[in-house]
Design a protein around this ligand. Structure first.
Ligand code: HAM
Length: 417
């Protein structure tokens, strides 16, 4: 049997590949007007970058990471029955998201020296999570993300949301089909007390919660807000609201974000159950949902502030915030709302050979046409002239150049429209 793609992965073909190119182009155009620069980080990192950064108790780290080992290290781990003997630098994982790697890079290369303006960085590429595959939920998916490192003000939070909305609009998604959810996660001053309240609440409702949520009461109570189980969702809708527990500084920051969004005419839903699936968030979190896609996978993108992430990764204090959007979800939103996908560019010239014995001259003419900056193609399968015309038609070539022995003898070719 021929091989197929691994479960939860896709080949990006034809219109999907062109859409991915378009998304990257739009991101570059939009993000660069906001002062962002491209950064490329490795597709895998030392596992601790993710476990320390994103949090051991998150599903992303606890259940969904693809572990990477070199052949020799795999052997060593097998012989000893565990990873224990491996050094830190030998324990690697495919990146499940981009933020932890970007912050690792900012620390490593001191991208935000004391007193400098924020570093504004964007990235695009594949991410890997071992989730149960379904429409809009893949094991290899593509994200476009942006991170603003070193800013503290609420204006930076709102700029992020506006930039993300601008991207969707430039891609052809209508603003009225987007829902903007916003919440605050508080900070080290106010979140511990809130976490305790949620823990107490989980313990009070343990009979109505799933096993995972009962475990979360001990490990990471706020993760219960992420549970997909309908019973747990119902219970959590009555849980204490973080906005009632924010300290003065976080409440002020949150208010500023909401006011600035209103000034920018962005309608927002303040959703206290929005905690997002990653542990690094402090203060603002946001998510942009499509109103047209089924609820479970409606998040087209999301992000927030992570003012303590640098320190979790061993760096100096460095505030930050960002977002990532899922390309496959954007593709679904466009498809479901009937937006036409980008078409392939038409060919400029098809060079056809009237007989096989002029193929070499036709081939050198083909190079001349391409060197002149036109797209050009010829037959490489020894097809008849009639078949070559059919292919030229299929490629919607604007012109055909017909190379024949008689014309060549006089230094001519025939050009047809
Ligand atoms: P996230 O919410 O985990 O955040 O992922 C961002 C987006 O990636 C989601 O809204 C969704 O569109 C897409 N996505 C996530 N998982 C999958 C999947 N399995 N299949 C298809 N699409 C998926 C982050 O990754 C954070 N790093 C965002 C961020 C940046 N926060 C601050 N800076």
């Amino acid at each position: 049997m021929p091989y197929t793609t691994p479960e939860g992965t896709n080949d990006l073909l034809a219109s999907q590949a062109r859409l991915w190119q378009k998304a990257q182009f739009v991101a570059k155009q939009v993000f660069e007007t906001y002062g962002y620069e491209l950064i490329e980080t490795p597709k895998f990192e030392i596992t601790e970058v993710f476990s320390r950064g994103i949090g051991e108790a998150t599903d992303v780290v606890g259940k969904e990471m693809f572990v990477v080992r070199s052949g020799a290290n795999y052997q060593k781990a097998c012989e000893q029955g565990s990873d224990e003997a491996l050094k830190l630098k030998q324990k690697l994982s495919l990146r499940p998201e981009g933020t932890a790697g970007v912050v690792r890079a900012a620390i490593q290369h001191n991208l935000v020296p004391q007193g400098a303006a924020p570093a504004k960085l964007y990235y695009m590429g594949p991410m890997f999570r071992s989730e149960r595959p379904q429409r809009g939920r893949l094991r290899e998916f593509h994200q476009i993300g942006a991170e603003c490192l070193g800013s503290t003000e609420a204006t930076a939070d709102v700029e992020m949301i506006l930039m993300l909305l601008r991207f969707y609009e430039e891609m052809g998604i209508k603003r009225e089909n987007l829902r903007v959810l916003v919440n605050s996660m508080g900070d080290d001053a106010c979140r511990p007390a809130y976490r305790e309240r949620v823990r107490d609440f989980l313990l009070q409702h343990s009979d109505d919660l799933c096993d995972d949520c009962n475990r979360r009461a001990d490990t990471n109570p706020l993760r219960a807000f992420d549970c997909k189980n309908p019973g747990c969702k119902h219970v959590m809708s009555e849980a204490p609201k973080i906005t009632d527990y924010l300290c003065e500084a976080c409440a002020h920051h949150h208010r500023e974000v909401i006011d600035l969004l209103a000034n920018a005419h962005v309608d927002v839903v303040e959703d206290f159950s929005l905690v997002r699936g990653l542990d690094y968030y402090t203060r603002t979190v946001f998510e942009i949902q499509s109103t047209e896609i089924e609820a479970a996978n409606s998040a087209l993108g999301g992000g927030g502030r992570y003012d303590n992430l640098s320190e979790s990764l061993g760096g100096k204090p460095m505030t930050g915030l960002g977002f990532a959007l899922g390309f496959e979800r954007v593709a679904i939103a466009l498809e479901d709302s009937g937006v036409e996908l980008p078409l392939a560019d038409n060919l400029d010239v098809y060079v056809a050979c009237a007989t096989r014995d002029v193929a070499h001259q036709a081939f050198s003419l083909l190079q001349d046409v391409r060197n002149a900056g036109l797209s050009a193609e010829m037959d490489h399968q020894g097809k008849s002239l009639k078949s070559q015309f059919k292919i030229a038609d299929k490629l919607q070539s604007r012109f055909a150049i017909i190379v024949g022995p008689d014309e060549l003898a006089q230094g001519n070719v025939t050009i047809r429209n």
